[in-house]
Design a protein around this ligand. Structure first.
Ligand code: NAD
Length: 242
């Protein structure tokens, strides 16, 4: 018997990362729709909505027959009012989980952030097993950590399998944050200073590789959760091996 084809919904699919995920899905012939508050592309089924609106999410999951959600939505870093982060990244994740379970969605892949383990100090050789810091660096990172926790705790509950990915800096076609910020610093003439002793390291990921990692994570979610475990850690090494 031919296995049922996955039906993907990319939440935040009008954004930088979401758009690349949509393109990767389309390139391999998958069925995909976008859920977002704004529409920026017109070559894919678009569902307008806010992730804090659980009834709208349920309506869209049901109407599209979604089997796999890839949730990339978040307000951008740097908002003046931090409450928007908790509303979208924490309450929004709760609504996505609850609507997904009610609609019988089987998989949920969440774009988290490396910032969830950043407290302002050096982060060296830390992997996915490290605990969250006692005090997050800022509201954005705190809300991403709380959102990630909710997503991972939902693994194996109500028929839903979940996984979270933690990119650091992301570059590539369509970036509206990283290069823009660097260019603005250049325009302000903020080029003649150095942070650290010239040995500082920072992780950057090409957006196309990150999009591929989301698809691999979704594909890997087909096995049942581990016994005695509410969360399965998909490590960087296991992604490399995929
Ligand atoms: P982006 O701003 O380009 O895209 C986010 C999308 O989410 C936008 O299209 C926006 O309209 C949508 N959105 C925001 N609030 C929404 C809501 N309430 N309901 C529905 N849609 C909503 O951001 P991005 O750079 O593509 O980031 C994607 C994800 O990656 C985010 O979760 C972010 O936290 C994470 N991340 C990004 C970076 C980076 O450097 N860009 C680094 C680490 C993690």
């Amino acid at each position: 018997m031919t296995p049922k084809k996955e039906v993907y919904l990319v939440i935040g699919g009008s954004g930088f990362v979401g758009r690349h995920i949509v393109e990767h899905l389309l390139a391999r012939g998958d069925i995909v729709s976008v859920f977002d508050i704004v529409q920026r592309h017109h070559d894919v089924d678009f569902c307008s909505g806010d992730i804090t609106d659980e009834s709208r999410l349920l309506e869209v999951f049901t109407k599209t027959g979604t089997t796999c959600i890839i949730h990339t939505a978040s307000p951008p870093h740097g908002a003046k009012d931090p409450s928007i982060y908790y509303k979208v990244n924490v309450d929004g994740c709760k609504a996505v989980i609850s609507a997904a379970q009610a609609a019988g969605v089987q998989k949920l892949v969440y774009t988290s952030s490396a910032g969830v383990v950043f407290d302002g100090g050096d982060v060296v050789n830390l992997d996915e097993r490290a605990p969250f810091p006692e005090k997050s660096f800022d509201a954005y990172n705190d809300s991403k950590a709380q959102g990630e926790k909710l997503i991972l705790e939902a693994n194996g509950k109500g028929g839903l399998l979940t996984v979270a990915l933690r990119p650091a800096g992301i570059f590539g076609e369509g970036d509206r944050q990283m290069m823009v910020g660097l260019y603005q610093a250049y325009q302000r003439g903020q080029t003649h200073f150095q942070v650290g002793d010239n040995n500082n390291l920072f992780d950057y990921t090409y957006v196309g590789n990150l999009a591929r990692a989301h698809l691999i994570a979704a594909d890997k979610l087909s096995s049942p959760p581990l016994a005695n475990s509410s969360q399965e850690t998909l490590t960087t090494d296991s992604l490399k091996a995929a």
